[in-house]
Design a protein around this ligand. Structure first.
Ligand code: ADP
Length: 274
């Protein structure tokens, strides 16, 4: 269980990016974090893994207060938090297998990681994960020889190699086409449910999030302004999160779009993009 209590962040520039955020995410729950640009989504994710120091409040993972950790303890706690990035963050010249295995580096001492001497059990797990994400046949390919969707599959496998308790996912589909985006979201959510992880996905595409996640949290000006099930997102709540917009007109305009026939909120999501 991840718990944020009274989490605030004021940058030295004076911007209050997070304002007393309260949020609990139980193991096994996949949560989409939505909101306009500048709402504080990235800051929230960065405060959880301490890439950004919160100004006040606490971040607790399974009872351990992460906000007070330093040095080795912080490193150990970070191992329990997997990250998946919009830009994939693979090492281009390394193979798919090496990229996935690098998810274990945080568990290894200096020399073992320097020499990349992985345990046989790590290699076994990497193979299992590569099979699960559909890339076992490509384990020898270089990172830079993959498509965007394949890179993100490697990113997912690498994050799961860490055996995290919590997964933080930053715009996982922003660089992908709509079909690949759905495949990646489906895979991500399936794997997280199988492994009973708490997951926060920072995502712009509201309709895509709605299809796959358990819960949606809307952030605006650093505050939680919506917290509910995906089907509770109405025009009013979207206005609350993103500001005034004629959502119904957006819906009518896009009613003929073949991709969005069964997905009326797809148009709302498009309208919501900054
Ligand atoms: P989002 O991810 O929702 O777009 P951010 O967390 O990036 O929002 O930004 C929230 C607010 O904090 C914005 O007003 C932004 O300008 C400000 N901000 C973000 N990062 C920094 C920084 N490193 N220094 C100063 N202000 C920042």
């Amino acid at each position: 269980m991840l718990e944020l209590k009274g989490l605030s962040k004021r940058y030295p520039t004076g911007d209050l990016a997070l304002n007393e955020v309260e949020l609990s995410v139980p193991a096994g729950q996949v949560l989409a974090l939505i909101g306009p640009s500048g709402a504080g989504k990235s800051t929230l994710i960065r405060c959880i893994n301490r890439l950004v120091e919160p100004s006040s409040g606490t971040v607790t993972l399974d009872g351990q207060d992460l906000s007070s950790l330093r040095g080795k303890q912080l490193k150990a706690a970070r191992r329990e938090i997997g990250m998946i990035f919009q830009s994939y963050a693979l090492v281009d010249r390394l193979s798919v297998m090496e990229n996935v295995l690098s998810g274990r580096l945080g568990y290894m001492g200096f020399w073992r990681s320097f020499l990349r001497r992985f345990e046989p059990s790590d290699v076994q797990r990497a193979c299992e994960l590569l099979e699960r994400v559909g890339l076992l046949a490509m384990l020898d390919k270089r990172g830079d020889a993959l498509s965007g969707g394949q890179k993100q599959r490697v990113g997912i496998a690498r994050a799961l190699m860490q055996q995290p308790k919590l997964l933080l996912v930053d715009e996982p589909t922003a660089s992908l086409d709509p079909k690949t985006s759905r495949q990646i979201m489906r895979l991500l959510v399936e794997l997280c449910r199988e492994q009973n992880l708490a997951v926060i996905i920072n995502i712009h595409d509201v309709a895509l999030a709605q299809q796959f996640v358990d819960r949606v949290v809307g952030l605006a000006a650093g505050q939680v302004v919506f917290d509910g099930k995906p089907d509770q997102l109405t025009d009013d709540t979207l206005t609350l999160i993103y500001g005034e917009e004629d959502w119904s007109a957006e819906r009518e305009d896009d009613a003929d779009s073949p991709d969005e026939d069964n997905d009326p909120l797809a148009s709302i999501a498009k309208g919501a993009h900054p």
